[in-house]
Design a protein around this ligand. Structure first.
Ligand SMILES: N[C@@H](CCC(=O)N[C@@H](CS)C(=O)NCC(=O)O)C(=O)O
Length: 334
């Protein structure tokens, strides 16, 4: 298991959004950590620790094993509380939680779709994954591994709802989200102002990964310079100032909440959860006036439940309820 360490150890991979999310957080908090690329040479040691075959996995200095990036950040935050990633203001605090979830779930769908939908992106990602998993392999061996990865992963795009029928809706949502973020980030370093919040880590990780894939990278580089600057900034985020208040943020943040979180992500997530409950094999939901169909995704049912519990705990906050109602989010959370 290696030598005992006083550092947190993150088993992850550069192509795993949830892994780089945890790494970005540790860098921001100056938490002593070791980034362990979970390649084949570390697989046995990873498997001996893992309860789920998923990265990131954090091994704490007291040898606790943590998995799942959202609770990992929450547990870290309990230990490394300043500068806090949770605004004191109740409205901003919940918006940050909502954006983290939006990134993890809807952002991941957009990223994963682009990564595995077209030949050029499939080949790029499969080559990088092969090299990351087998750093010792020779060129010829890597070609074979890359082919295997490409075949396996492009077949999995379907699980996140990517299909020829949904491609246009997913890509439109990505471009619209980037446009809304561009306007919002034009005058500020992070989503809520001068320092990153919980939401930055979740949403950034997916956009960062998209920026490494040829097709979405071209989209980002062509039209969204402020988003690209945020992508670079969040690799190693620094505290540059305080959070702003809702009055300063709402002009460009409300459109993102309304047009993407309230109009795409939450109705999709609620329909997904309902389909899981009824045992349906596929579900169709109307998003922005167009039918969208996919097979239900298990993990998302649980994470919507957790989000609803988090909202339930702050439901007495009238200012928050008003913002969420205006954003078309409230009905999906209560
Ligand atoms: N909800 C989990 C998702 C973790 C996850 O889906 N990890 C992917 C990579 S991004 C994974 O480990 N897939 C299997 C593998 O790479 O072996 C989290 O936030 O940590």
């Amino acid at each position: 298991m290696g030598t005992p360490s006083t550092d947190y150890r993150i088993y992850g991979a550069e192509l795993s959004p949830y892994s780089v999310k945890v790494r970005s957080y540790c860098r921001y908090k100056s938490i002593a950590h070791e980034w362990i690329n979970r390649d084949m040479s570390r697989m046995k040691e990873f498997q001996a620790l893992a309860k789920l075959p998923l990265i990131p996995l954090v091994l704490t200095p007291d040898e606790d094993v943590w998995q799942d990036s959202t609770p990992i950040l929450e547990k870290m935050e309990a230990r490394f509380s300043t500068p806090s990633i949770h605004p004191e203001d109740g409205v901003l605090n919940f918006i940050s939680v909502l954006l983290e979830e939006f990134g993890d779930e809807w952002g991941n769908k957009m990223m994963f779709h682009y990564r595995w939908a077209r030949d050029v992106d499939q080949i790029s990602a499969a080559n990088r994954l092969a090299a990351s998993n087998m750093p010792e392999a020779g060129a010829e061996e890597l070609v074979g591994i890359s082919k295997m990865i490409r075949e396996r992963m492009s077949g999995r795009a379907y699980f996140v709802g990517s299909s020829p029928e949904t491609a246009e809706q997913i890509e439109t949502s990505f471009k619209e989200t980037m446009g809304l973020l561009e306007a919002h980030l034009a005058n500020r370093a992070y989503l809520l102002g001068g320092r990153p919040c919980f939401g930055d880590f979740g949403l950034w990780a997916q956009v960062y990964e998209a920026w490494t894939d040829p097709t979405p990278k071209a989209v980002l580089e062509a039209d969204f310079p402020a988003v690209v600057a945020w992508v670079a900034r969040m690799l190693d985020p620094k505290e540059e100032g305080d959070f702003e208040d809702w009055a300063q943020l709402s002009g460009t943040l409300m459109p993102l909440l309304r047009e993407q979180v309230g109009a795409n992500f939450l109705p999709w997530s609620a329909a997904n959860a309902a389909a899981l409950e009824s045992g349906a094999e596929t579900f169709t939901v109307e998003l922005k006036g167009q039918p969208y169909s996919q097979q239900p995704q298990k993990y998302h049912g649980r994470s919507l439940k957790v989000l609803r519990e988090k909202y339930h705990a702050v439901r007495e906050n009238r200012a928050l309820a008003e913002v969420l109602r205006e954003a078309g989010c409230l009905e999906w959370l209560s």
